[in-house]
Each structure stands twice: as structure tokens, then as C-alpha cells.
Design a protein around this ligand. Structure first.
Ligand code: TYM
Length: 345
């Protein structure tokens, strides 16, 4: 019997942040390492999603390989046959299923997606593409083609998982058991434990998510920052006037964010870290501890990234794409048959 699946995607970008790293990359890689006895793990690079907003098209290809190398540097083993690493656009069933799902998706349903609202607000009107509007449907295809039970993502993607469940269930109701539906976001959080639903905040404005698309980059720690520059960003993080370290996201979002980041960097529980620092009145001393951990983390990560074998990464991509094309095409054909585009059923 085939194993249940855990699946997630991470867009190719030169500017991956520690939010991407701790929110998505590390949890899935930990999961891949610890659960591949019991699960098949699909990690993919959603390159079609990358072009939903204007990007540097000449750089995309390089970024895709670089992103795959990031996964390996973060600990993804390449020699495990139950772990698959692939590029979305290399498996054409993703695009084809998206179109079919599009035709079963309400305009109003998409219009309610908060990510679209957020992202389109950041763009000039003429640059807001139909592709961006359609983004969650492509995501639904990414999942439904393989039928994962679990999809580790950051908080911002929860609504898209709910949509995937909705459209999958709707089509199953109409056409019989076409798709395996991912578990509810709540069940996913329970399965993944503390790292799920994580939201690392911007260092300069700790009320908003740390985002790779942030323009100034001052509040964002990029994996490609020099360790020294990243440490400086921590030292100049916005905090508050309370002068008392405590975890209180609402009233002390800056300090709380730094506590969270420190816990992640030290692989300790938040509780433990809070206990250690609670009550400190000199924010500078506390920040220096976080800054040093960030510096150490980036130095180590960048060394690992430098050592990744690109030939082995490319070979893994090609091997996984071959295998996943077979699975994806089987789901696509079932769907095409159900909606009358192919004979059978
Ligand atoms: P992307 O590349 O924008 O984000 C990749 C993952 O990083 C998480 N993330 C964060 N988590 C915590 N704190 C932050 N500050 C932070 N910033 C980003 C995101 O939630 C995401 O999990 N659309 C997806 C990619 C995708 C996908 C899929 C995922 C495409 N198809 C199918 C799962 C299943 C995305 O936003 O990627």
C-alpha cells in the first residue's frame, strides 16, 4: 500500500527569509527526515506561482536551483526514495488541473481570499494579474493531484488550504471520489505541533509579517544577508518603552517576536526561553544575545549552502519529476474523465 503524503511548496526566490526558513522549510524538512518511514514527502518549487507577480524573468531559472539547494542545506536528504523534490511547471498536470478547477470555482469565492487583497494592494492596478487572482486554484491543484493528508504552511496560507478542501469536497460530491482531501487546518496544527502557524514578524514593524517582498529589507532577515548585517538588524529592531522583557504579543510585539526568533534559533521551547529572559530590563543585552545567535546561524547555514552539490540536486529534481508526472497524470485523467473530457467513467 502506498504511504500517506505530506506536501508543501516554497516559491523560488533569492530573498528567502528566516520566516520562510522556520515557518515552512525547516518544519517540512524535519518532517521529511523524521516521518519518511511512515509518509511520502513531496516538496516542490511552485515556479508557476512565482510569475503571478512581476519578477525578474531572466533570474527565475537560477533561483529555482538555488532554492532547491537551500532545501538541501537545511537538511533535506537527496537519497531517500520517499522524499520527492520537483518543479511545478515541469509537471504539466498542475496547469491542466488548474483550468478544470477554475471552471468549478466561484468568482466570489476567490474574491474573498485575503492574500489576493494584500498582494494586489501592493501593486499598481495594471500589474494585478488574473494569475494572481487565480493563485489559490493553482495551489489547490498542487495538492489535489497528489492527495496529501498534511500540508505544512505558514499562517498566511491557511485560507488556501480551506479553499482546497472546499473545492475538492465539492467535486467529490458531484463526481464521486476523485480527490483525497487534506486534513483541516486545525488537525494539521495538531499534527505538526509548535512550528505550525508560526508567524515571524518584521523587525521594524512587529505588527506585520516578515516578508521577502518588503521593500527596504531593514526589518527582514534574509538567509543571504551577511551575518554581520543581520546581527545589526536585530540590534536596531523596534521594541517598546516598557523596559521589561516578557512575552506579550499584543502589547510588546517587538520583544515577543525576538523571543520567538531566539527560541527557534536555539531549538528550544518558547516557554524555556521566556523563563530565561523574563524580567530583564536592558533590551540591549537581550538583543545582543539574539543578534549573536542570528550571526552564528547564518554563518553556519551559508557554509552548508556553499557545499551543496548542484549536480546531485538537478539529478534529484529530474528523477522526482519523472515519478510525480505518473501520479499527477493519473489524477488528471480521472478528473478529465469525470468532467467528460476523456472517454471512460
Ligand atoms: P511562499 O513561497 O510565499 O511561502 C513559503 C512558505 O513560507 C511561509 N511563510 C512564513 N511563515 C512564517 N512566518 C513568516 N513570516 C512567513 N513568510 C512566509 C508561507 O506560509 C509558506 O508556507 N503559496 C505558497 C506556496 C505553494 C504551496 C502550494 C504550499 C504553492 N502551492 C501547495 C503548499 C501547498 C506560498 O505562499 O509560498
Amino acid at each position: 500500500m502506498s504511504k500517506p503524503i505530506i506536501l508543501t511548496g516554497l516559491r523560488a526566490n533569492n530573498n528567502l527569509t528566516i520566516g520562510n526558513y522556520f515557518g515552512a522549510m525547516l518544519p517540512i524538512i524535519d518532517m521529511a527526515r523524521t516521518r519518511s518511514n511512515d509518509y511520502q514527502v513531496n516538496m516542490f518549487i511552485p515556479d508557476l506561482h512565482s510569475i503571478t507577480t512581476p519578477v525578474d524573468y531572466s533570474a527565475i531559472n537560477k533561483q529555482i536551483i538555488l532554492t532547491a539547494k537551500h532545501f538541501v542545506a537545511a537538511g533535506l536528504p537527496l537519497d531517500n526514495p520517499d522524499i520527492h523534490l520537483y518543479r511545478q511547471s515541469y509537471i504539466s498536470a498542475h496547469s491542466e488541473l488548474t483550468w478544470i478547477l477554475d471552471c468549478f470555482t466561484g468568482f466570489g469565492e476567490m474574491n474573498r481570499m485575503t492574500q489576493f487583497k494584500d498582494k494586489s494592494n501592493d501593486l499598481a492596478a495594471e500589474r494585478v494579474s488574473v494569475g494572481l487572482f487565480n493563485y489559490p486554484v493553482l495551489m489547490a491543484a498542487d495538492m489535489l493531484l497528489y492527495g496529501p493528508e498534511y500540508v505544512p504552511v505558514g499562517d498566511d496560507q491557511s485560507q488556501h488550504i480551506e479553499f482546497t478542501r472546499d473545492i475538492g469536497e465539492r467535486m467529490n460530491k458531484q463526481f464521486g471520489e476523485l480527490f483525497t482531501i487534506p486534513k483541516t487546518v486545525k488537525e494539521q496544527h495538531a499534527f505538526f505541533g509548535k512550528d505550525q502557524g508560526l508567524r515571524i514578524m518584521d523587525l521594524q514593524d512587529p505588527t506585520k509579517k516578515m516578508s521577502k517582498s518588503d521593500e527596504s529589507g531593514k526589518g527582514v532577515i534574509f538567509l543571504a544577508d551577511t551575518p554581520e548585517a543581520a546581527a545589526r538588524k536585530v540590534m536596531s529592531a523596534v521594541t517598546d518603552e516598557v523596559a521589561y522583557v516578557r512575552f506579550d504579543r499584543k502589547n510588546q510585539p517587538g520583544i515577543s517576536n525576538l523571543l520567538e526568533i531566539l527560541a527557534l534559533l536555539q531549538s528550544r521551547s518558547l516557554d524555556e526561553v521566556v523563563k530565561e529572559f523574563e524580567g530583564q530590563t536592558l533590551y540591549g543585552d537581550f538583543k545582543a544575545v539574539v543578534a549573536e545567535e542570528v550571526r552564528r546561524f547564518l554563518t553556519d547555514f551559508q557554509r552548508k549552502l556553499h557545499d551543496v552539490d548542484e549536480v546531485a540536486v538537478t539529478a534529484k529534481l529530474e528523477q522526482s519529476e519523472k515519478a510525480m508526472t505518473i501520479t499527477a497524470n493519473a489524477t488528471l485523467l480521472r478528473t478529465q474523465q469525470a468532467v467528460g473530457l476523456r472517454p471512460g467513467n
